[in-house]
Structures are given as structure tokens and as C-alpha cells.
Design a protein around this ligand. Sequence first.
Ligand SMILES: Cc1ncc(COP(=O)(O)O)c(C=O)c1O
Length: 405
Amino acid sequence: MKSDRRAPGIDTLAIREGIPRTAYLEHNEPLFLTSSFVFENAAQAAARFAGDEPGFIYSRAGNPTVTAFQNRLAALEGAQACVATASGMSAIMATVMSLTRAGDHIVVAHELFGATTQLFGILSRFGLEVTQVRLDDTEAWKAAVRPNTRLFYLETPSNPLTQLADVRAIAHIARERGVRLAVDNCFCSPALQRPLELGADIVVHSATKYIDGQGRVLGGAVLGDSKYIEETLAPFVRTTGPTLSAFNAWVLLKGMETLSMRMERQSANALALATWLESQPGVMQVYYPGLPSHPQHELAMTQQRSGGAIVSFEVGRADEDRYSEALRLKAWQLIDACEVMSITANLGDVKTTITHPASTTHGRVGPEARRAAGVGEGLIRIAVGAEDLADLTDDLEHALRAIAR
Ligand SMILES: Cc1ncc(COP(=O)(O)O)c(C=O)c1O
């Protein structure tokens, strides 16, 4: 853009930021489906490998379509740099492993996506010390810091209970103690929340979710300052190999073009559905940061543009045991009675998805970790899509009637 023009807004960046056109002047982003790149001669190959000449070498280390995806996502998050990865999990693994070594300590939230908690269990086998603290207990983050603490890791809102971390306050604690803060921004996407602006050092994404938005491909990304991303993270990813494929990067680039519209529509559907659910008999509790009844509603409104598109709720009565087999069966019955919503573990799709976290996303972490994370047997997570709101409400109305019988 010319210098006398205004800085482009987030929606313009989501559609236009990327790479320059090739010699063919194609309008759409080109897909460079190639494993390697050709050199003019042996001397050029040597110069590229030595880093003396810029240019692509091999797609594990870099590919123009992947670069376009990285540039666009960096623009949306307000980050200096980005490295894309094959999945959200590999983005988290690369972040933690690139910053730590055996004997280091990290502080992580109790309330995390199940596989993320399991990943920290795997990394602790290699000598990483891990302390879990409550996401919303800011003082606990401060108290957990040791001289060998390198990283704070959290997601906000959390999966599946939509609890929030006060990112500004936790970032302040981290900065004062020389610890880095990494935030998984999967649930909000940069359309709703920009953790770097709130003080975080690193943003992690499962691009599989809202960035794709149409349930097609897996992808991930890590964003932060150029020094960390280019000097520490990129060599780690290049060498260990969890690189994003060019094809998936191309699909994700197209997904980003509609990110903001989808988030707006899906968040509006979610707020309406959550408000409706709160008034339904047979619903014990609704978890949605956009509802005034959410304990961190005010915080949500200061760090997110809306409540997001994930609504969780618990079936049953207030006096029932939240961890009983009976509630699991009731939740399964409700899910099975839905006809519009898809029973699938993904989220972030324009198609609404419905899941029972205790037996799926949080099934492998075991009952104790589920209790620690507050994931009850009657809990149901809905990743609200962009269908007609009336059809979604009707689907749930029928399903709630089925379990009331
Ligand atoms: C919050 C969060 N982070 C990370 C992941 C992992 O992402 P991926 O499935 O792309 O590896 C998920 C997946 O559901 C998630 O919900």
C-alpha cells in the first residue's frame, strides 16, 4: 500500500495480505505444490544453503504459499513473524520444546484442551517440570514462578468451559519475572481477540478451527517477535519437520478471507442460543462469556470483541452429582436426538458441531484430571455454526424434550 494511504483494516488484511503476484499476474493466491526449488547453478545452491542469498530451497524449510499464509496471519494478529505448522498440537509442541530444556519449569493452566494437557505429560518425561494452576487465579500464576521458570502457557477462553484468563494481568506478572507468556487463541481467532496487544509474547493457533472455518484441513501456527520466531522457532520446525503443507496453507488462506464475517455471524448465533438455553428447564448451567451470568463476563468484554461461538451447557438438576453415569447417559441421549448439528469433535466450522467432552476431547485425560478441569458428565459443548438460528434452536428444543421424557 502507498505510504499516504491509511493502514489497512483487519478485514482488508484478511483478504489481501500475502505474497506478490507471480509473472502470470493471477488474481487468486497461487498454490506452489512443489517439494523443492531449482537453483540456477551449484554456486547459487551453496549460497542459498549458507543463507547468503534469499530464496526457497525445500518446502520443509519454506514454500511461497506457506509464506503467504504466515504473512497474512501475522498481519491479523499484529505479530512481527509467524511460522506455520502441520496442526495445532505441533504448534504447541514446537513452542514449548523450542523454549525449554530438561530441568526447566513451565506453568500451565489446568483448563486446557485434553491433548495439550497430555502433551505436557509427555514432555515431563524428558525432564521438563510442569506446574498446573487455575486459569482464572492470577495470583496462582505469580506464586508458581521459580528461578527456572521459562514459560506460562494458557488458552482463553478455555475448552470446553469457556473460562477466561486475565491476559493483561498474567502478561504483567510474566514480564516482571522474565518469563514468556504463550496464549492459544484458537477459540477467538484474531477476529475477536489479539493476545499480543494484551501483552502476550507468543500466540499459538490450531488453524484447523476458525481459520479454516469449513472443516477441511489441519494446520497450526506460532506467532511472536521476529527474533524468537526466525532465530529459535523456525530452525526447530525446519529440523524436526512438523511443517504445514502448501496445499493446506492455500486452503487456510482462502478460509481467512471470510474469517471476520463467519466469526460475527457465529458469535451472534451463539449468544442467542446461550441466552435461550439459560431459560430451558433441564439445563443446569450454561457457560458462555457473552452472557452477563458468566462470572468473567466483564473481563471478556474488555479483551474479546464478542463472547465467541462456543457454548457449553450441563444437563441435569442442580442437586445431581455432576460426575454421575446417569448424567453421561442423559447427555448422550440429547446429542443423539439432534438432527441438524453434527456429532463430531471438530470446532470452528460453519456447520454446528455438538460434542460430549468427558468421553471425547477430554476422555483420555482420566477422571481426576477431568474433575480438576471441571468437565462434568452432563457437559455438552456446541461449536455454533452459521446455519439459521431458528433451526439450531429447534434442534435443541426437540433434543431437550427427548431427555425430559
Ligand atoms: C484450544 C485448542 N488448541 C489446540 C487444539 C489442537 O489443534 P489440532 O487438532 O489442529 O492439532 C485444539 C483442537 O481441538 C483446541 O481446541
